[in-house]
Design a binder for this molecule. Structure first.
Ligand SMILES: N[C@@H](CCC(=O)N[C@@H](CS)C(=O)NCC(=O)O)C(=O)O
Length: 218
């Protein structure tokens, strides 16, 4: 099987990168620079005409959307335990969270830097930018609140790839000057995430590192 994975460092594609590492999937990583506009160049538009990452090309067939790719990986590599596929309720909860991340959390962040997705009107973009910052912060607070019952992972007792998906947003918080220490329970979960070698490998392959204070020895 040939798998080509298109990603940008620290973007939402990080969740897919972690899943590929967790499942030990051999793949060809293709790094794009969003700042340089690689996603709008003909070479990439011929792969994904929507000009978005992540994109996975499996034996010539394209899969896009974080949730779509994670679902494919979870079913194709069930031994990796990316999703609790044997438990219909927890699988539903996993997709509940992934859908919320993709439809609400991520778009609120996109309102800030990708106003062109929503409107052509410059004045409305400014409104969206301010509104996105408020909404993104509220979403992060909601993620923190999910841990209020003491669960170690988003789905309960067991790690799933949904925990890695949330890590994308946790790592975006400082870009908006949001202090990650405002989320103590979530921060404890991120410490547990950084104890997983697959996650450290995915970060390293993107040229990124864990926040030093959150490593086990810190
Ligand atoms: N709903 C999509 C969102 C994909 C998306 O917006 N990816 C961003 C990076 S996080 C991107 O490709 N941005 C490039 C651009 O908007 O030009 C998903 O969940 O995969």
């Amino acid at each position: 099987m040939s798998i080509r994975f298109y990603f940008a460092p620290g973007a939402c594609s990080l969740a897919v990168h972690i899943a590929l590492e967790e499942a030990g999937v051999e793949h060809i990583p293709i790094r794009l620079s969003l700042a340089d506009g690689d996603q709008r160049r003909p070479e990439f538009l011929s792969v994904n005409p929507l000009g978005r990452i992540p994109a996975l090309v499996v034996d010539g067939q394209l899969i896009t959307e974080v949730t779509g790719i994670l679902a494919w990986l979870a079913h194709r590599y069930p031994q990796a335990g990316l999703l609790p596929l044997g438990d219909p309720f927890l699988t539903g909860k996993a997709f509940e969270l992934a859908s919320w991340f993709a439809s609400s959390v991520h778009p609120s962040f996109a309102q800030i830097g990708r106003g062109e997705r929503f409107t052509d009107d410059p004045a409305t973009r400014e409104v969206l930018k301010a509104d996105g910052a408020v909404r993104f912060r509220r979403h992060l607070d909601r993620i923190e609140a999910l841990f209020a019952d003491g669960r170690p992972w988003l789905l309960g007792d067991r790690y799933s790839i949904i925990d890695a998906y949330a890590l994308v947003f946790y790592r975006w918080a400082p870009r908006l000057s949001i202090d990650q220490n405002d989320f103590p329970a979530w921060t404890a979960q991120v410490r547990r995430l950084y104890a997983r070698p697959a996650i450290l490998r995915a970060l390293a392959q993107e040229g990124l590192s864990p926040e030093p204070a959150l490593l086990a020895a810190a």
